[in-house]
Design a protein around this ligand. Sequence first.
Ligand SMILES: C[S@@+](CC[C@H](N)C(=O)[O-])C[C@H]1O[C@@H](n2cnc3c(N)ncnc32)[C@H](O)[C@@H]1O
Length: 237
Amino acid sequence: MNASVKRSADPIDHEDQRATLTDIIHVYDRVIVRAYCVVRFVIININMLHILTLCMRGKRRILEVGSGFGLFGCYFASRWPDIVYHGIDVDAGRVKMAQAAAQRLGLSNARFVCGDATGALELEDQYDAVVMMDLLHHLPDPAKRKLLDATTARLRPGGHLIIKDVTRKPAWKMAFTWLLDVLMTRGFDMWYWDRRQFREAVDPSFALETYPISDWLPYPHVVYLFSKPDAADERRS
Ligand SMILES: C[S@@+](CC[C@H](N)C(=O)[O-])C[C@H]1O[C@@H](n2cnc3c(N)ncnc32)[C@H](O)[C@@H]1O
C-alpha cells in the first residue's frame, strides 16, 4: 500500500490536516497500534499540532528523540515534503513499525533508527530543530541533562529545541498522567519536571518560551520552546 499523503501544508486547513492523520493511522497493520494512534492524536490535539507547527516553522533538518511508532515523524514529513526528519527510539519494535509506516506512506524524507537516549546517540552534525514529545519524563534526571547537552550541541545557531511534556502541577493531573504512564510502560518510575527544572538544565544563553496547553483532558501539558542564539542575538548582547 502506498497511500498518497502529499497534501498542501496549510496549517489552517483542518479537513486536510485530519485527512493526513487518518492516512497515517491506516498504514499500521495491528489494530491495537491503530487504536493507540487514535488515542495519541486525541491526546496530542489539533491545537498542540498547530503550536508545534509554529515552533518548527522554517526548520528543515529535524531530529525527534523518542519517536515511538513514528506518528509525528510521518505527520510532519507528510505535511512538509522539504524537511529531512530523523527519528530515534529505544524500542526496536516501534522503530520497525515507524519504518514500515514511512515506506507505505511513500515518505523518502523520514528515517527512523533505534537508539537509547540514556547512552551515546548517533546524531547528524547539525539540526535546525530537535523535538522531544513525552520522552523526558521517562528518563532519570542525569540522563535528561546529558541528552539535552548532547542534542543542543548539534543545533545550528537560531535552531529550536522543542519539548512537549507534562508538568508537576496541578498534582492530581500529574497523578493521572503517572497512572497512564504506569499502564503503558509497566514501570513505576517517571521523572516529571517543571519549568524551572527545564530552564536550569538548558544552556542559559538559549531563550525560553513556555506554552501551557489548555485541554479538556486532564493532562498538564506544556510546550517549551528553547531558541539557540544566532549571530544577530550575539551582536545585540
Ligand atoms: C510516550 S511515548 C511518545 C512517543 C512519541 N514521541 C509520541 O509522541 O507519540 C515515549 C517514547 O519514548 C521512548 N523512549 C523511552 N525511553 C527511551 C530511551 N531511553 N531512548 C529512546 N527512546 C526512549 C519509548 O520507547 C516511547 O516510544
